[in-house]
Structures are given as C-alpha cells and as structure tokens.
Design a protein around this ligand. Structure first.
Ligand code: ADP
Ligand code: ADP
Ligand code: MG
Length: 668
C-alpha cells in the first residue's frame, strides 16, 4: 500500500479522500490555489502545495505543477477526485510517465469513454442497448438536422465531450434546430474545447439510473448495485438514492451485467459509473460512462457498508477487489441531497458569498476519524467551514447531506429532519427547496422522472409565507438582547451592570421589512420581559436563555427556541424547517434602487462575455437578447429591459467582467 498520496482536488471530495487515507494510515498532500490558502482541504491534509492563482486553469488544472508537487513531496500516487483532471487521459498518462500511480482507470479507458459519441459506438459493438440517435463523425449542420428530422422530435443535442449537465439542448421542432445547434456548439467549445455534438431521441419522463462498477487488475469486475439520480435541475443531479425505487432483482442483475460488459469492453480498472436512461416500463439504454468516483458515491457506501475510496486505493496499489459479487449485500435505503449555493427561485442561479453562519444537523463527518464503511444515520461530506467563501471560480456545491434508513420512509424522514436543521446565512442555498422536494408527494411516493421538478413547479415553489408572530418576537428579542450585550461590552460603567433588562428605553418600536411589507412591533418594558404589540394583539415575551445566536423565549406562555443571526441590515430567524429574512431598516430608504439591475444590463456575477448579439445603434424590442455571458459554468443571457436602442457596447467577446460591471449603454 502507498505511504503517501497527493489529492489533486479541493472541497468536499478532497476532504473525503483525505479521511479514508488517514484511516488507512496513508499520509496526504493537498494542492491549493491562492483562493484556497485557508480552505478546509488544506487544513485536513498533512502537507500542502500552492499551485497558482484562483482560476482552475492556473491551478487545479495545471497537470505539470501537480505532478511536480507529487514528486517533490514524495507521494507515490495521485487521487484526482471528480471534475478537474479526473477524466483527463493526458494527465493519467503523464502520471505514469513520471512514475506516479494515477488512482483511476487506465488512460486508454478514459479515452474510450471520454467522447460520448465514440463510447456509444463502442457500446453498440458490445451489445449494450443505446438510445436511438446519431453519434457519427460527420458534423455538417445540414446532416445533423436531417438526422434529427429522421429520429423525430423532440431530440437532445449533446456535446460529445460534455459533462456536468453542460452542453445539452432539447430541440422541440426542426425550425429550432439551427439555433440550438449553434448555442450547443458555443457552450461545448467554451467548456470543453471541442464542439462536436451528437443527437439523441429525447425520452419523455425517463429515469436516470446508474450502476456503480469496480474492476481490479486481476480480471475481476463487479457492480455495487444502482443509484437513482432522476431528480435533476438543468440536467444536473439534485437528489440521489440507492436502491432505485421499484427495482426488481432481475432488472438489477440485467443492468448490472450490462454495466460490467461496458466496463470490460474498455479494459476498465477502478471505480466507474455506467449511466443509463430508463423508461417507466424499465427498458434502459446506455447514456455514458463516468470514469471516476461519482459525487453521489456515498449512497452506495451506505447501502453496502463499503468505503469506495478505500477500494480505489487498494485497487490502485494492485490488490484484488475486497469482495466478490456474491459477497456484496444491499442493506436499507440511502438518500443524498446536494446542498448548493444557488437561488432555486431564480432559476437555480448560483449564489456567491461568504458563509457568515453555518450550522449543520447532528451528523457523522468521518473526516474527523473513521471510515465511510461505518454505519451512520446522517452523514455530511463538506469542504467548507463557517467563514469560508463560495467563490465564482469553482463549483457552487457547499456540501452533501447523506442519510440512511432501514427503508425509504425512514431515510426520507431523516432527510427532512436533517434539512430542517441546516442553517446558512451569507448566500442563498437550496436547503428549503430540498426540504419541500423530499416532502413533496411525487418524491415521497417515488413517482420519479427527470422532469419531476419542472412538472411540480407550482407545488415546489409556493409563494413565500410572511413571518409569524413567534419569528417576529425572536427577531425583536434578539435585537434588544444584542443591544444590551453591545452596551455591556462597552466601557460604559452604567451599562456594565445592566444586562438585558435595563434596556435603554421603556417603549421601543421596530419596523421590519418582511417580503414586500413593513411590519411594526411595539415593545414595552416589563419587569421580567417585554410586552410586544403586533397587529393589534399583545404578546408577553420573556427571554429564558440565550447562547450566542440561540434563543429560548416564552411567548404568551409557550416556550419556543430559534436561532437569530443579525447580518448588516438583515435579521435571519431560523426555527426548525424555516428560515425567514427580515430587513431591519426603513425599506423606503432604498426605494428605486435595483431598478437598473432589473434590466440586468450589469453583470450578475463575475464572468466572461461569450457572445454579443447586437450592434451599436440597434433598435431592440423589450426582452430581446443582447449578449450572453458565462459565469459559474452557466450561460446567462442579458436581455433588453424595455424597447430601446443600443447606444454603446462596452465589452468584446472573450472579455472578463467584474460583478456589477455595466455591460452596455442602453437607452429606452
Ligand atoms: P456526477 O456525474 O458525479 O454526479 P456531475 O456530472 O454533476 O457529477 O459532475 C461532477 C463534478 O465535476 C461537479 O462538481 C461538476 O461541476 C464537475 N465537472 C463535471 N464535468 C466537468 C468538467 N468537464 N470540467 C470541470 N468540472 C466538471
Ligand atoms: P453529462 O455528461 O452532462 O452527465 P449525460 O449524457 O449523462 O450528460 O446526461 C445528463 C442528463 O441529461 C441525464 O441524467 C438525463 O436527465 C438527461 N438526458 C440525457 N440523455 C437524455 C435523453 N436521450 N433523453 C432524455 N433525457 C436525457
Ligand atoms: Mg452524466
């Protein structure tokens, strides 16, 4: 076995690999960018090497520097995690040339599966079922359109080199084909440096079911059952589970054997995932193979009781697979929710910022000791700590929340309870959305397909509910209590002995901004608390205990507990399962601001201009697309806020722009 490995990644996966290595007594070397000098993955490894500036191209994608770091530190092997260099055959080859073990499949297998088109051609030969489509070399636009016409709409255009849900376009009609092809090719060249595409029949109401495979260098290849990853947004997984609801032993064996055949066809070694798209009737087709560890591998660890990173390390060191197919057992049910920094209400747009406050539910975080093979009801794989930033440079995933239950119902209940206790302040997250999702009738009833979120949009995005009196009382008590402790912390000799009670005035009033309204609370001092008046009702309130941000109050005779975080002009109130944000400043003082932003002529986040669709002096209609920028791995279209004229273009294609930068001058 190795004595030292280098982990060529960041975030939760780097921390997760480090945990297993530590458990096995293997030293770890982290690599990091300038933006990550204080990151958790650097702290949990034994040594760390700086690669370069924040952009991945100058750091985590610098194969040469990573290999140099491995050699300089005496690491014998490199674990690539996922993303970055994990599916890069040149990197795998360069490792071998430098005498380092690449913890992954042979370069030839990465190559064979690297292009979705070539992989499909290979799978066809190995008799693995394929979605009807065109995956040929000829990329002539006419020919592609004719192929799409022949397949029949809707079709799906995919970047052959694609990944991470990027470079895909659904085309509903022949008339939309050309525009979709152009946009698909643009995204493909920008993201993958390769604009080849393939065309597939777009299945309606499909499920995404994938098989975890594992092969060693002794000719063994087995499958570790399936994962259902049907719940997606933007073709990216949001919730994953194992086993797949409704799976029969016969179909599991059929899919498992097809996956093993796919892996064997390319001489696979190590951990890999064969992704299938399945119809509701159970028929399934090969989609692609991911030649690496998958983000959602923990659900497989939970139902098999195996540590897949440990398996990877053993296989890479030349050992045989720890178990045979017959020895593997499936136990219980596991779910994973990806906690993303994003705004579900705003089309899942990534959100950047600092984790001002981060509180997670009680969970096993085995990087502190232990292994993924240990049983755990709730597990969190996270690469961040409170105070860390989610930057525009990397993936906006904050953490993964994984639960296990004896059956799906128990796993669901644990997930929903864990999400109810996940608190984040400082950026938007999908936590509340995930909770609604796991509790929704279609998910709870396992009525799964990749369109679930879109189809149940109304139920999943209810109008926000106004703050209740308990939340307003918590906010008021927190403000009063913070004022008192601020005063106590100052050197004012009077304030020092006062505490919460001797609070400044006997009568106070608070105006909170809640949704679009202003809510007024009048508070009058009473010997052991306050009498709050809200909407004509009186509520006696006492502070029972306060521990930092956690408050227990008695309101109208009832004890309630909540967490209140005051951040600038915002007051965040968390009660189990609910997070409301009140503004504590006169909302009218800010009226009128943000109208310009409503027109989105400013960059919503730092990024790159990828297309300019208008010229100076063009007259455009309201809503006309003006330019497209790419930020956080997504394209954002900037549209005309109203009818008007493009007065001046301020940037060119390829330019980097800062958040808030004006993109063009527009008069309307
Ligand atoms: P999985 O298929 O393992 O569930 P995804 O397809 O969502 O995972 O991608 C895994 C991770 O790798 C994500 O963080 C994603 O952003 C990142 N990723 C995927 N493809 C690429 C790529 N080509 N370049 C950089 N990062 C990528
Ligand atoms: P990526 O490399 O980005 O992961 P995949 O080929 O694995 O790309 O597809 C990602 C997702 O897109 C799938 O999980 C599925 O939701 C959807 N998808 C892919 N192919 C099809 C198809 N032919 N019909 C319907 N949906 C599809
Ligand atoms: Mg995929």
């Amino acid at each position: 076995m190795f004595t030292k490995i280098l982990i060529a990644n960041r975030g939760e996966i780097a921390c997760r690999v480090a945990a297993t290595a530590r458990h096995m007594g293997i030293q770890t070397v982290a690599v990091y960018s300038e933006a990550d000098a204080l990151a958790k993955h650097v702290a949990v490894c034994d040594e760390a090497v700086l690669l370069g500036p924040a952009p991945a191209k100058e750091s985590y994608l610098r194969a040469d520097k990573i290999i140099e770091a491995a050699l300089a530190t005496g690491a014998q092997a490199i674990h690539p995690g996922y993303g970055f260099l994990s599916e890069n055959e040149e990197f795998a080859e360069a490792c071998a040339k430098a005498g380092l073990v690449f913890i992954g499949p042979p370069a030839s297998a990465i190559h064979a599966m690297g292009s979705k088109s070539e992989a499909k051609a290979l799978m066809e030969k190995a008799s693995v079922p394929l979605v009807p489509g065109y995956h040929g070399e000829n990329q002539d636009a006419e020919l592609l359109q004719n192929q799409a016409d022949a397949i029949g709409y809707p079709v799906l255009l995919k970047a052959s080199a694609g990944g991470g849900g990027k470079g895909m376009r659904v085309v509903e009609h022949s008339a939309q084909f050309k525009a979709a092809l152009e946009s698909c090719k643009r995204e493909a060249i920008n993201s993958f440096g390769d604009d080849r595409v393939l065309v597939e029949k777009y299945l309606t109401r499909p499920r995404h079911i994938e098989i975890q495979v594992f092969a060693d260098t002794h000719g063994n290849c087995i499958y570790l059952f399936e994962r259902d990853c049907s719940v997606q947004r933007r073709h990216q997984k949001v919730l994953e589970e194992a086993p797949a609801p409704g799976m029969t032993p016969e179909r599991r064996a059929a899919m498992g054997e097809a996956a093993v055949a796919a892996a064997k066809a390319v001489g696979y070694v190590g951990a890999g995932t064969v992704e299938f798209i399945a119809n509701q009737d159970g028929s399934f087709y090969f989609m692609e193979m991911n030649t690496r560890l998958q983000v959602e591998h923990p659900v497989t660890e939970m139902i098999t009781g195996q540590d897949l990173v440990e398996w990877q390390l053993r296989v890479a060191a030349g050992e045989p697979l720890p178990l045979s197919q017959a020895q593997l057992q499936l136990s219980g049910h596991a779910l994973e929710a990806r906690i993303y920094a994003e705004s579900p209400e705003n089309n899942f747009l990534p959100s950047i910022g600092t984790l001002q406050h981060l509180r997670t539910p009680a969970a096993v975080s085995f990087e502190l000791g232990g292994t993924a093979a240990m049983p755990a009801g709730v597990r969190i794989d996270s690469g961040v700590r409170p105070g860390d930033a989610i930057s525009p440079f990397y993936d906006p995933m904050i953490a993964k929340l994984i639960v296990w239950g004896r059956d799906r119902a128990e796993a669901l209940a644990r997930m929903s309870d864990a999400l109810a206790h996940y608190q984040v302040v400082g950026l938007n997250t999908n936590v509340a959305f995930l909770k609604r999702l796991v509790e929704s009738a279609p998910f709870a009833g396992a009525d799964l397909d990749t369109g679930l979120i879109e189809r149940h949009r109304d139920a999943l995005f209810p109008p926000p509910a106004a703050a209740g009196v308990v939340e307003l009382a918590l906010a008021t008590v927190a403000l009063l209590s913070s004022e008192a402790s601020d005063a106590a912390a100052s050197s004012d000799p009077w304030a020092l002995q006062t505490g919460w009670r001797m609070n400044l005035a006997l009568q106070r009033s608070f105006d909170f901004g809640d949704l679009d309204n202003t809510v007024s609370i009048a508070a009058s001092y009473r010997p052991n608390g306050w009498l709050l008046n809200h909407a004509g009702g009186d509520f006696p309130v006492e502070l029972i205990t306060r521990e930092k941000n956690d408050y227990t109050i008695r309101i109208a005779g009832k004890l309630v507990t909540g967490t209140v975080v005051i951040e600038g002009e915002s007051v965040h109130v968390f009660t189990p399962g609910r997070h409301i944000t009140l503004s504590y400043a006169d909302p009218l003082a800010h009226a009128g601001q943000g109208e310009e932003e409503g027109g989105r002529l400013t960059a919503p986040m730092p990024g790159k201009i990828v297309a300019i669709l208008v010229k100076k002096d063009d007259q455009v209609e309201k809503g006309a697309p003006l330019l497209i920028m790419e930020a956080m791995k997504m394209e954002h279209t900037i549209s005309a806020p109203r009818e008007g004229t493009v007065e001046e273009l301020l940037y060119a294609v390829g330019d980097q722009v800062q958040e808030g930068a004006q993109l063009l001058a527009f008069a309307g």
